[in-house]
Design a binder for this molecule. Structure first.
Ligand code: SF4
Length: 686
């Protein structure tokens, strides 16, 4: 029984679905009465969480679903003001304007940002809309600004760009090497598995520029400077080779390119790496010995690895370390990239990327293309499209003029947001589909309301490749589910896209992508399945690369240290690194609307070390101005020993403190992911 408006209410049903926040993929029970969510609690038999959830899953959802700020009707901008419109009127306008732009400037003047917050089925339809209807490969998702280097880097090592193992296996590892991941804040339920592993006797190595909570559990803390992971890992491999701790049998049987790697890591004795990273040479040696001596050593990493101009090389460096010691292809070993948004894995799997169809099948492969052309009954573009980070630049001769953005907020989350705002302003036509007003919806010509996770049927794929069922708990507050809206845009643009239910979309996905051939909605009811699932009787794959790598032999990729693109100087003397707080999520458009969460963490603050605070004569709690070469924000200062001297930290959850006005848009050359984790700033008293 629940008390609401002084009345006792008994739920009339419980619907089990998946948390819409991070990539852990916790199962949640939604208790409902008369189409209102009464409570959200973690499911006891959730495949990943088993009755656990973090503060966001517990308290950050119930009031958000029915929040009065929700968009419930389409809005069309007229004379600078948004006015309500019918679905027919809004969709007719969207289709007409996109068709006009396509006719006048060509298909590549259109683009689509799909959403790592939306279901697999919605992502599949957005990329199909881009390819089959817009006739362009200009489609991408927010993995571009977080884990695209994981896809390119892990694929370069192993042939598959995904987590190699399962979250449960963390608990049985002997050593966990956690690098660039503040797991307790960003992926709290995974951090509980790390803590359980530590209680079981596992040794923890933490590499992080901040004194994060897991440092208290660590045998070694490698307090590295931001952007120095390659030097650190190369030095660990230098020690491993010097002390004969490598797995020769694994190297000989299962890998190629070892000689090149050996030559490169010879250049990184711990003493040299110490100068680059700021980590004591003896700590590097201790970490190397611990990792290499374990029977089962697992690497867990986050955006501290990927959001650098060396993001792909950082990931490849971790692949080198795992292969050098034979720590891949077995239970409780391997590499676990912790995905940020709940379906960032699935958005990539579904082909919401500019270079691949669903199941990572290249758009440039003529055989693959003709398979899709036959299935979709339309000619398809063969040239890879632009990434989201490229679409947001105004590339001369390649300008995007019409853009469809589903469930993303680039005006808040892209780096150097002044640049992004001016691009959005300059578009001929912008359609944004969202559940709440955001920074990006301000620039829209048409806002299409979106259904939330509680109003959709479909699937999400979590960070361990587990495809789980998302179940519709209540009718869509905006009148229709998102997959239907995408179909209606396609139909109005002359393409017959039509399905009766999201399960039919998954059936089409399974028929076109061999790695998903065994997926059917009714097979996912009991905790989901981990891909690859190549046939209907296949049980799914807990551990990748057990017999051989997806590319045959694993490939060592020798990589060299490179400093972050922006360095400090006398004017901008501090390095700013950005990340998340446990209570909030991404641009905060959802969590900032939860009273409970705002009570716990109401505002942004820049974290600085006591030494820097003393030098700048800044008190804890004082309001300061933080400036980079791109912009300024006003925020409070928090003086904490979590920050090392010369380093500051901010999250990016608040609309009144747009941290990304400061961050640097310099890109990783392979994955085109920006360097959010290191830019130069100054802090001034107000
Ligand atoms: Fe689980 Fe992540 Fe949701 Fe927290 S935010 S409940 S860890 S899925």
């Amino acid at each position: 029984l629940f008390i609401r408006s002084e009345k006792w209410i008994r739920p009339d049903r419980t619907v089990v679905t998946i948390c819409p926040y991070c990539g852990v993929g916790c199962s949640l029970d939604l208790k409902i009465s008369e189409d209102r969510i009464l409570s959200v609690t973690p499911s006891r038999d959730g495949a990943v969480n088993r009755g656990q959830a973090c503060v966001k899953g517990h308290f950050g959802l119930e009031e958000i679903i029915h929040h009065p700020d929700r968009f419930t009707t389409p809005l069309i901008k007229r004379n600078g003001q948004f006015e309500p419109a019918s679905w027919d009127e809004a969709l007719d306008l969207v289709a007409r304007r996109f068709t006009e732009i396509q006719d006048r400037y060509g298909p590549d003047s259109l683009g689509a940002f799909s959403s790592s917050r939306c279901t697999n089925e919605e992502n599949y339809l957005v990329q199909k809309l881009a390819r089959a209807v817009f006739k362009t490969n200009n489609v991408d998702n927010c993995a571009r600004v977080c884990h695209a280097p994981s896809v390119t880097g892990l694929a370069a090592c192993f042939g598959s760009g995904a987590a190699t193992n399962s979250f449960d296996q963390i608990e049985d590892a002997d050593v966990l090497f956690i690098i660039g991941s503040n797991t307790t804040e960003a992926h709290p339920v995974v951090s509980l598995k790390i803590i359980k592993a530590a209680r079981n006797g596992a040794k923890i190595i933490v590499a992080d520029p901040r004194k994060i909570e897991l440092v208290d559990r660590a045998s070694v803390w490698l307090n590295q400077k931001p952007g120095t992971s390659i030097a650190l890992i190369n030095a660990m491999m230098n020690v491993i080779l010097k002390e004969g701790l490598e797995d020769r049998d694994f190297i000989d049987r299962r890998t190629m390119g070892f000689e090149n790697l050996q030559k490169t890591v010879e250049e990184y004795p711990p003493e040299r790496a110490s100068q680059i990273t700021g980590v004591a040479a003896e700590d590097i040696i201790e970490a190397a010995r611990l990792y290499a001596s374990a029977d089962k050593a697992m690497i867990i990493y986050g955006l501290g690895i990927t959001e650098h101009t060396t993001g792909t090389s950082n990931v490849m460096s971790l692949g080198n370390l795992a292969m050098l010691t034979g720590n891949v292809g077995r239970r409780s070993t391997g590499i676990m990239p912790l995905r940020g948004q709940n379906n960032v894995q699935g958005a990539c799997d579904m082909g919401a990327l500019p270079n691949v169809h669903v199941g990572y099948q290249p758009v440039t492969d003529a055989g693959i293309r003709s398979k899709f052309e036959e299935a979709w009954k339309v000619a398809l573009p063969s040239v890879p499209g632009q990434t989201s980070t490229q679409m947001i630049e105004r590339n001369p001769g390649k300008e995007i003029r019409g853009l469809y953005i589903l469930g993303e907020d680039p005006a808040h989350t892209e780096p150097d947001t002044n640049r992004v705002r001016s691009t959005l302003e300059s578009l001929d036509f912008l359609v944004v589909q969202e559940i709440f007003p955001t920074e990006t919806t301000r620039y829209a010509d048409v806002i299409l309301p979106a259904a939330s996770f509680a109003e959709c049927d479909g699937t999400f794929t979590n960070g361990e490749r587990r495809i789980q069922r998302v179940r519709k708990a209540i009718p869509a507050l905006c009148g229709q589910e998102n997959w239907l809206t995408i179909c209606q845009i396609a139909q109005r643009m002359g393409y017959p896209m039509s399905y009766g239910h999201p399960s039919e979309i998954m059936d089409e996905i399974a028929s076109l992508a061999p790695m998903f051939a065994g997926v059917k909605f009714d097979r996912l009811d009991d905790g989901g399945l981990q891909w690859p699932i190549p046939s209907l009787d296949h049980p799914g794959t807990e551990t990748l690369h057990a017999e051989s790598f997806s590319c045959g032999l694993g490939r060592f990729n020798a990589v060299q240290h490179k400093y972050p693109a922006e360095q400090t100087d006398t004017e901008y003397p501090l390095i700013l690194t950005t990340g998340r707080r446990r209570e909030h999520y991404n641009c905060g458009s959802m969590t900032r609307r939860s009273k409970g969460i705002m009570w716990v963490w109401p505002e942004e603050a820049i974290e600085i070390s006591p030494a820097d605070a003393r030098e700048l004569e800044i008190e804890d709690g004082e309001t300061v101005v933080v400036s980079s070469r791109r912009g300024s924000v006003k925020t409070k200062a928090r003086v904490t020993d979590k920050s090392s001297r010369g380093m500051a930290f901010m999250s990016f959850h608040y609309q009144d403190v747009l941290t990304n006005l400061l961050t640097n848009a310099a890109l990783d050359p392979q994955a085109k992911t920006p360097e959010y984790k290191a830019c130069a700033v100054k802090i001034e008293k107000l």
